[in-house]
Design a protein around this ligand. Structure first.
Ligand code: HAM
Length: 406
């Protein structure tokens, strides 16, 4: 028997109704904010992610599915959606048509991580990217959209954690302070953080290893190094947030695991045990230089990615399958052609209809209709053909009426 690849799950019909519920609310909410859907290929040139996500990130260093194609070109399955979306934005020259562009996408991403509850090697992300806006008001809009969405799917116990990780002007000062602070502890840091000390010491701040967490507690805070522009941006956003009813907290540990972020970064986490340590359902932030890095003009941007599996696992709202409108019960050969016409006519009228094509006894077809949760059953037997009328039974009230064939 063939089995799926470790960390890559099938989503079967029982589960998919929850996905449709969330996806429908995503589309509705995002369209309220004037976002347009884009679809990009799952395969891209590896160079895009090296440049876009960053060579020193865990994702590019050790998690990508990378291989050479038949022409010897290095390709990778997308580990996230921002780099591809920015590539498509730049390639289509959308920036030349309009100064503000809002895209969203929905699709499978691939990371060779250690699978566990809420962490997979193939997982679905919904992302939104807002190009062209640099003001804290656009940060607020993004956060409001997330909050509207989470409320629309009735998610409980979530908090939006907000931070600013500074910019190219103020981060070098903080970086040096971190190097000075962590160097004496080098031997006590985990092997990943020892490497991060040379590549990106800021990432030590969100290390999940207990011994590193302890050392991080007293490390220099980014907020002490903000330049004027970062300080004003962050203060304005936080004062705008105070005027909303959005559940948020400031968390200076949100440094994010991708290289493109500057200024505002945020994550949404759910409390409770459902997701264990993988309780971050959404991550995002501002990336003001990526469009230029990937060959476009200087366009500032902000966006986020939603981990769909994690959101689905956090749902508390019961999502019920839509019942079938009709089951048509066909009894005897003479009833076949007129019944099939009824089936097709109803479907053309947009009713959901099904038939137990094993065409067994009335009792077994009735049992089948019950199992399918049919609202109504139409019964056509030879007697009905002779009388030129069929029986329609309401399965809730058990009421039966006769209807003429036309
Ligand atoms: P990210 O934080 O790497 O950001 O991923 C966003 C979300 O995807 C996470 O918060 C998590 O819910 C989900 N996720 C990530 N890895 C896995 C996994 N292995 N299994 C299940 N779920 C996972 C990004 O990818 C950025 N592109 C987000 C963004 C968009 N920033 C700006 N625009």
């Amino acid at each position: 028997m063939y089995k799926n690849i470790t960390g890559m799950k099938d989503i079967m019909p029982k589960e998919i109704i929850k996905w449709h519920f969330v996806e429908n609310n995503i589309k509705k909410t995002f369209e309220n904010y004037n976002y347009k859907e884009v679809r990009t290929p799952v395969l891209e040139f590896t160079a895009l992610f090296k440049r876009g996500v960053g060579e020193d990130t865990d994702i590019v260093e050790k998690e990508m599915y990378t291989f050479n194609d038949r022409n010897g070109k290095s390709l990778s399955l997308r580990p996230e959606g921002t780099a591809s979306t920015v590539r498509a934005y730049v390639q289509s020259k959308e920036y030349a048509n309009t100064p503000l562009t809002k895209y969203y996408y929905i699709g499978e991403m691939y990371r060779h991580e250690r699978p566990q509850k809420g962490r997979y090697r193939a997982f679905n992300q919904v992302g939104a990217e807002f190009f062209g806006a640099s003001s804290p008001a656009s940060d607020l809009e993004i956060i409001q959209m997330i909050d509207d969405l989470l409320k629309s799917i009735k998610l409980k116990d979530y908090t939006i954690f907000i931070n600013s990780i500074g910019c190219g002007d103020c981060r070098p000062g903080h970086k040096q302070a971190l190097i000075d602070f962590f160097t004496p502890y080098k031997e006590e840091l985990c092997s990943d953080c020892q490497r991060r000390l040379n590549t990106n010491p800021m990432r030590i701040i969100d290390c999940k290893v207990e011994s590193c967490k302890k050392i991080v507690e007293n490390s220099p805070k980014m907020s002490e190094y903000y330049c004027n522009s970062c300080s004003t941006h962050n203060n304005t956003l936080l004062s705008l947030m105070k005027n909303t009813d959005i559940p948020y907290k400031v968390d200076e540990k949100i440094v994010r695991g991708l290289d493109y972020y500057v200024k505002t970064t945020f994550e949404v986490r759910v409390s409770g045990d459902i997701l264990g340590s993988q309780n971050t359902i959404i991550g995002g932030g501002r990336y003001n230089h990526l469009v230029k890095e990937l060959g476009g003009p200087s366009v500032e941007a902000i966006g986020f990615g939603i981990g769909m599996e994690r959101v689905i696992m956090s749902l508390t709202e019961e999502v019920k399958e839509k019942p079938l409108d009709y089951v048509v019960i066909i009894l005897g050969e003479k009833a076949l052609a007129p019944s099939l016409k009824i089936v097709h006519d109803l479907r053309k009228e947009n009713f959901s209809v099904d038939v137990d094509y094993r065409l067994g006894s009335l009792k077994s077809q009735m049992r089948w209709a019950n199992k399918r949760n049919a609202q109504k059953v139409i019964i056509v037997g030879e007697q009905e053909i002779e009388n030129k009328e069929y029986i329609e039974k309401d399965m809730l009230t058990s009421e039966q009426i006769k209807k003429p064939f036309n």
